[in-house]
Design a protein around this ligand. Structure first.
Ligand code: PLP
Length: 410
């Protein structure tokens, strides 16, 4: 029997030893198995607006349709002129200084550019400061590139703002960069000018590169202002990330970008590395690049969703109130994006393993959330809720959660 031949098992690379991406991990896989077996699951786990009835603006779709026949070939590896020009102008509006078209790179989502920007930078053992909790791709890509993600604390008591003292205490001679996620996933925090200036000052003192992930910058609520970190750091080499997945509800099109700013001469060699990795993947999805100009310049349909009375705003308010009304649950009100990161009273519920908690909730109530550990949060006392579903659906899920917690392990 040839199948019985003693061939060695096929194993994954040890480069993946410290790489985790649990937002789509075992709990989500269990939910998929349950769904395949016919169980309906209430999914509050992925920040993907389209399946929840958020529609791409018509003008964007129209624009792509009319340009599709011109998008058959590869583009320049950094992207189409029209897209990069629009992104450059967007950078000017955000106050990011001295950005030329050469400093703008498009990617297959911000995701690809996070991977490229870290792969081009890190040697084994290099350290990058990453927030905890984080959007876990940052930690995963630092580790995949051979670096070490060193987590700095964002403080729930201070509305999830980064703890500057903790950042300072974690800098070593190997620290190369600091990652800022603002507005934040999973906490929904929006950082003030003072907080950002504090981070920039630390980066300045230690010569750190600033990686600022601002993909939710157009989803800010309550009349607050989003400030680009790079706009406060004209003297620092910064890489600013954003894209259309969330603001234009086109997560499936795969279009994001990164913008280099500050003293690029200092990063000449690094930029050669970035260019090489971008050349190696040819270019990002060209039809998706073709809509950037219209998307950034045209009607910002997302504004209606995040204003009072709009869906995201109303769903945020509902879920915030509903979570805080559950005994043993508290949550800070998100200011931007569509995530909330509530805290569980672990003593009351006797929780020591947050992934198990997520599985128990899934099995018992058919509600899928992501456990805090998936966001590199070290205590088992948090979980993330995506508040994209309509209020009626959120109402049902919050009722189920309350019912579940009323008796859970007590
Ligand atoms: N950065 C943050 C903070 C995110 O939350 C996400 C998606 O959830 C991404 C980046 C990746 O987005 P995309 O690859 O769709 O541009």
């Amino acid at each position: 029997d040839p199948l019985a031949a003693p061939l060695p098992p096929i194993t994954k690379s040890t480069k993946l030893d410290n790489v985790l991406y649990d937002v789509r991990g075992p709990v989500a896989e269990e939910a998929a198995r349950m769904e395949a077996a016919g169980t309906q699951i209430l999914k509050l786990n992925i920040g993907n607006p389209a399946p929840f009835g958020f529609r791409t603006p018509d003008e964007v779709i129209y624009d792509m349709r009319t340009q599709l026949t011109d998008c058959e070939g590869y583009s320049d590896s950094k992207g189409l002129f029209s897209a990069r020009k629009a992104i450059m102008q967007y950078a000017q509006i955000k106050g990011i200084p001295h950005v030329t078209i050469e400093d703008v790179y498009t990617g297959n989502g911000v995701s690809e550019l996070i991977n490229i920007s870290l792969s081009a930078l890190l040697d084994n053992g290099d350290e990058v400061l990453v927030p905890s909790p984080d959007y876990p791709l940052w930690t995963a890509c630092v580790n995949l590139a051979g670096g070490t993600a060193v987590h700095y604390i964002c403080d729930e008591q201070a509305e999830w703002n980064p703890d500057l003292d903790d950042i300072r205490s974690k800098i070593t001679p190997r620290t190369k960069a600091i990652v800022v996620i603002n507005p934040n996933n999973p906490t929904g925090a929006l950082y003030s000018r003072e907080v950002l200036e504090g981070i920039v000052e630390i980066a300045r003192q230690h010569g750190l590169i600033v990686f600022s992930d601002e993909i939710y910058d157009r989803l800010v609520m309550d009349g607050l202002e989003h400030i680009s970190t790079a706009s406060l750091a004209p003297d620092l080499f910064c890489v600013t990330f954003s894209g259309l997945s969330k603001s234009h509800m086109v997560a499936g099109y795969r279009i994001g970008w990164m913008i280099l700013s500050g003293p690029k001469w200092r990063a000449k060699d690094y930029i050669l590395g970035l260019n090489m990795l971008c050349n190696m993947r040819m270019c990002s999805n060209v039809p998706a690049q073709s809509i950037v100009q219209t998307a950034l310049g045209g009607h910002q349909s997302v504004n209606g969703y995040i204003a009072p009375g709009g869906r995201v705003y109303e769903q945020r308010d509902f879920v915030y109130e509903a979570l805080n009304a559950i005994p043993g649950v508290t949550a800070v009100k998100p200011k931007a994006g569509f995530y909330i990161f509530p805290k569980l009273d672990v003593k009351r519920f006797n929780i020591t393993d947050d992934e198990q908690f997520a599985l128990d909730l899934l099995h018992d109530q058919k509600v899928l959330i992501s456990h805090g550990g998936a966001f590199n949060w070290k205590q088992p006392d948090h979980f993330r809720v995506v508040f994209l579903p309509r209020v009626e659906v959120l109402e049902e899920t919050m009722d189920n959660l309350a019912q579940f917690l009323a008796t859970y392990r007590q």
